[in-house]
Design a protein. Structure first.
Length: 273
């Protein structure tokens, strides 16, 4: 099968949503960022995908922050660009693949980091600023599965902490137009990240009336989702993603947590140039 075949091209576009994180999940928090991911190789028995540009629009329906019981709809662009080693996509951000073969990809990029608005959290907690982080990742492909491990050091805004993510996906090529991919994933955060996102300082306690709360490093969540991509024409594709994320660490005891388990959903349409 050539990289220009309909099946290979469908694989390139499908990876906009097929794998989990983080959501705008660059750091794998599916409840706050959608699990849209960028370019990827085809299955292990197929040639590598070539350069491509896919642009689209969509939206995510998800909790207002990780642990919220209220939802918000967030319009989203869908971007998947690969030119040589360089890429632009939601999962891995803006960066480059240092190694990119049929079985392994190692790369690094700058990604967006989790944030929330002051009006989304209890009064007196305040906002968590929009942020950015440097992410490195390794993707392994074998027997139709793709496993990914990544780590993000947030350097601007947000928590300034470190987050690691891991996921496992199995894309199923139903036919040349339809791809379905179930996946599972988890996220780990260090003390700085977890405490700044879910902790309540003395001042926040005074302002909000909530008790002080501190949390250390540990696993944050577990996620299961299923994604589907339908190629309407050679250039137009429609995608849908739905899943469930549950908090598993000590942060689920934070006073700002209203619901530790919540579903999320994403829809988008893209055009490949």
């Amino acid at each position: 099968m050539t990289p220009n075949s309909p099946k290979a091209r469908a694989r390139l576009i499908a990876t906009l949503v097929l794998l989990p994180f983080a959501c705008l999940h660059g750091i794998a928090h599916a409840q706050s960022e959608p699990p849209i991911q960028g370019p990827n190789d085809g299955p292990p028995d197929e040639p590598d995908g070539g350069d491509h540009i896919a642009i689209g629009v969509g939206g995510a329906y998800m909790p207002a922050y990780i642990g919220s019981d209220e939802y918000r709809f967030q319009p989203l662009p869908a971007i998947d660009i690969k030119q040589g080693r360089f890429f632009v996509n939601f999962q891995d951000g803006i960066g480059a693949n240092l190694i990119d073969t049929e079985t392994i990809t190692i790369g690094a990029g700058v990604v967006m980091a989790d944030s929330y608005r002051a009006k989304d959290v209890p009064a007196g907690i305040g906002k968590l600023n929009f942020g950015a982080g440097a992410r490195g990742f390794v993707k392994l492909r074998q027997a139709g599965f793709e496993a990914e491990i990544g780590g993000t050091q947030i350097f601007a805004g947000s928590t300034k902490g470190f987050v690691a993510d891991a996921s496992l996906s199995y894309p199923i090529f139903v036919n040349q137009r339809l791809i379905v991919a179930p996946s599972i994933g988890t996220t780990w955060g260090n003390r700085k990240h977890n405490n700044r996102y879910w902790g309540i300082s003395e001042q926040q306690s005074l302002d909000s009336g909530l008790p002080q709360f501190s949390v250390g490093s540990g696993f944050i969540d577990a996620k299961a989702e299923i994604n589907a991509m339908y190629r309407v024409t050679d250039r137009v594709s429609l995608g849908v993603s739905g899943g469930l994320t549950t908090l598993v660490g000590d942060m689920k005891d934070s006073p700002i947590i209203k619901s530790k388990t919540r579903p999320f959903g994403i829809l988008f349409a893209s055009y490949e140039f």
